[in-house]
Each structure stands twice: as C-alpha cells, then as structure tokens.
Design a protein. Sequence first.
Length: 143
Amino acid sequence: MTILIPMKNVYLAAPLFSEAERDFNVRLRDELEKIGLEVFLPQEHSNDTKDERHRQENIFRKNREAIERAELMVAVLDGVDVDSGTAWEIGYAHARGLPVYGLRTDFRTLGIEGTVNLMIERSVVMCMGVGELVERLGDEGRP
C-alpha cells in the first residue's frame, strides 16, 4: 500500500552506538522515505565531520539545527531506558512545539511507571511497531 502525504522533513532520533542500532535506523529511514518523508538521520548527516578538534561541537550544532528545521520527529524508544541523547532530542523538539512520534519495538516496560519514562511517554505519540508508526504518519497527511 502506498500512502501519499505532503513532503515532511523528519528528524530521526535514535541511539546509534551499535551496528544493530545503526542498521535498524537505516531500515526505519527507508520505511519513512517510502511514504514520502524526507529524513535527517544523524548517523549519516552529522557524523561526517573531519574536524576532530571541534567534532562534538559540530555534531551538536548540526543535529540541533536539523531539529529546528524539522516538521516532526520520530524517536526510537527501545531499550531498558530511552537513550539519553534521544531523550534530550525529544525534550528539545517538544519544547519547540514539534510533534514527536515515539517508536517502541521493545516489549520491556518500566512496570507501574508505564511503557517508558513518564516524561518521555507524555511528550510523544506512542507507536508500538513500525507498521503502526507508518500508519499514523500516513493518517496525519490525509485531509
């Protein structure tokens, strides 16, 4: 099924510290692009700095500016707790009024706390799987 939605600039917030995480992020980016979204993927678009002396500053600036340009954010919330960098990106996006779609494919929960940290859960539209995420994003673009 092809879902046609107006082009939206998406910031994909996700952990990127293992090969498995980076591979998942690329597959998720590909799924989002299939439905017509333009995706900023930090592991590809901001980690390319050659300036080792200012590397962290450059990565931070590129990611912050990409969030500021984005029309929405998709954030991967997998893990025992949400990745700290992803949590910061969600908070920054939320403070700017950017819609944030949280993707959880991990069945672990925080018990009585909920699916993820309360502050994160209340800041996102929670999607439990890639299929649900794609469907919700497709619904957002329909008249």
